[in-house]
Ligand binder design. Structure first.
Ligand code: CP
Length: 302
């Protein structure tokens, strides 16, 4: 996979995904290895992040690599009017791999076409978040013991939530049944439904999930993406449509796990945190191991 970028989850074959998950398992057993001692990784965050940036930086640090970059575009020459093209052409000279988050859809693909080094998409607008998906797959495989034939509920902002777009594309490789639960305004975009249609996979759309929650193997809650709304009144209308409470998990499947890419706002009540079916904080931890696997694979070090 040398010099290959990871922009969309579809950049990875199913074999490559499984191989990265297997490698991540090895990093979970032994996270501190000096594989990146000779590597410099640039982390360019044009949008806020806690988990993605810090788990990448933790992964790089535990592998002995060096980190350059910025956490806020306002501290870069973008504020002077520098284009993304020129920023990437410059940073490309200083590092062996670029991790980039940017608000504009397609920006990571553009960066990958400009850079000579691999580019990892850490989220581009409402489009894709492939490394989140790899940690989601890792979390699902670890807790369900398999990725095959699961019933996955995607709940909340299915329109702007990039994590659900990438996850849908990835899980479609394993004969998943999807239940989409969203308000009308935030439905799964038609292109993703057509994608599932083309593969002959089943999906169902609902505005509520209390009556069907017993069927779920995985409930993947999402935050309503306030930053993507142009009209704050529209956000106010939908922001608290779904709130998962602990009592709702009574009589659900034994194997059920509640996932969330985080950050959460109100969509999972804190009373769920004590339930053994909640898994979102362990999910965030799994980001370190999967990102160690992604980095070393893209740099052809493992
Ligand atoms: N899951 C995720 O992308 O979180 P951050 O925005 O904190 O990076």
């Amino acid at each position: 996979m040398k010099n290959k970028s990871l922009v969309s989850i579809d950049d990875l074959s199913t074999d490559e995904m499984v191989s990265i998950l297997d490698l991540a398992e090895k990093f979970e057993k032994e996270p501190s290895q000096r594989l990146l001692e000779d590597s410099v990784i640039a982390t360019l965050f044009f949008e806020p992040s806690t988990r993605t940036r810090l788990s990448f930086e933790s992964a790089i640090s535990r592998l002995g690599g060096k980190i350059i970059g910025f956490t806020d575009a306002s501290s870069s020459s973008v504020t002077k009017g520098e284009s993304l093209n020129d920023t990437i052409r410059t940073v490309n000279n200083y590092c062996d791999l670029i991790v980039m988050r940017h608000p504009v859809e397609g920006s990571a693909r553009l960066a990958s076409e400009i850079a000579d080094v691999p580019v990892v998409n850490a989220g581009d607008g409402a489009n894709q978040h492939p490394t989140q998906t790899m940690l989601d797959l890792y979390s699902i495989r670890k807790t369900q013991k398999s990725l095959d034939n699961l019933n996955i509920f995607l709940v909340g902002d299915l329109k702007y939530g990039r994590t659900v777009h990438s996850l849908l594309m990835a899980m479609s490789r394993w004969n998943t049944t999807f239940n989409f639960i969203s308000p009308d305004e935030l439905k799964m975009p038609v292109e993703y439904k057509l994608y599932l249609d083309s593969l002959g996979l089943k999906y169902y759309e609902h505005s509520d999930f209390t009556d069907i929650i017993k069927e779920a193997d995985v409930i993947y809650m999402t935050r309503v993406q306030k930053e993507r709304f142009s009209d704050p009144i529209e956000y106010e209308k939908v922001k608290n449509v779904y709130v998962l409470r602990n009592h709702m998990l009574r009589d659900t499947k034994e194997n059920l796990k509640v996932l969330h890419p985080l950050p959460r706002v109100n969509e999972i009540h804190r009373d769920v945190d004590v339930n053994t079916k909640s898994y979102y904080f362990q999910q965030a931890l799994n980001g370190v191991y999967t990102r160690q696997a992604i980095l070393t694979r893209l740099l052809d070090l493992k």
